[in-house]
Design a protein around this ligand. Structure first.
Ligand code: FAD
Length: 222
């Protein structure tokens, strides 16, 4: 039995991207896993990392975000909203970022979740290693993403290689924290698909989910 955390970042609950979130939630639940979802728009998650993250500031004269994060880790000084997300991150075995590609990256609400939840003193720093010495080496992470553009537009001479676009997430977030990183599931241009194609796409996602124990990781420390 695995503990699965889905971080979902789409403003429309009836979107295809939200449908993918529902598919994985159902798949893991049916498998007997425990699933938690952080639906960032639904909970009104504030993506702005600043002084408001903390119940008190140790050095108010000059605000250093990472220093205050480290201090808050030691003093239980994060706000309840943030603590709840951090507890889920520490708890999970499998972490999924479920989002639409926005400007070749994460929607701001999800980028802000990483800024605030992947805190120094919790995920890295203060004696914790990174990459091959990262503390979350028992966790597995992957991206589930929708795009506007079709797959053929994602070549080195056009929009770029998707692995390059996802490098900041795969390498700079997941593997930075030591996690095993699986190849992403990308749904290319669901708005361009017919209803039948979209149904088939959800089946393709279920097949992907069935294969995650055997997929060759992009990065792993295990
Ligand atoms: P939707 O339009 O919500 O869904 C498509 C269709 O699927 C809808 O008709 C919906 O009714 C239907 N549907 C929903 N659920 C189901 C279901 N369960 N079964 C069957 N059908 C269903 N794209 C790029 O490629 N690169 C970029 O850099 C990029 N930057 C962007 C920046 C911004 C700010 C924005 C707003 C968009 C950007 N896009 C970009 C486009 C964006 O990535 C796509 O619009 C998005 O990923 C499409 O997924 P969706 O879930 O929103 O599709």
């Amino acid at each position: 039995m695995k503990k699965v955390l889905i971080i979902h970042a789409h403003p429309e609950p009836k979107s295809f991207c939200s449908g993918l979130k529902g598919t994985s939630e159902q798949y893991f639940t049916d498998r007997g896993d425990i699933v938690k979802v952080s639906d960032l728009y639904a909970i009104g998650f504030d993506p702005v990392g600043d002084q408001r993250d903390f119940t008190s500031i140790s050095k108010p004269d000059y605000f250093k975000y990472q220093l205050e994060q480290m201090n808050a880790c030691k003093t239980d000084g994060f706000t309840d909203e943030l603590k709840a997300e951090m507890d889920k991150l520490v708890w999970c075995d499998i972490l999924i970022f479920n989002f639409p590609l926005w400007w070749f990256g994460l929607p701001a609400i999800l980028k802000g979740w990483v800024d605030r939840v992947f805190a120094m003193g919790l995920v890295y720093g203060d004696g914790r290693g990174v990459y091959e010495n990262g503390i979350f080496k028992e966790k597995t992470a992957f991206v589930t993403m929708t795009t506007g553009g079709p797959e053929i537009a994602y070549t080195p001479t056009s929009n770029g290689d998707p692995n390059v676009i996802l490098f900041p997430i795969h390498h700079g977030m997941f593997y930075f924290a030591g996690m095993t990183v699986l190849p992403p599931f990308i749904s290319w241009g669901p708005a361009r698909m017919s209803e039948e194609q979209r149904k088939a796409e959800l089946e393709r996602y279920k097949s992907y989910l069935q294969s995650i124990d055997t997929l060759k990781p992009i990065y792993t420390n295990r």
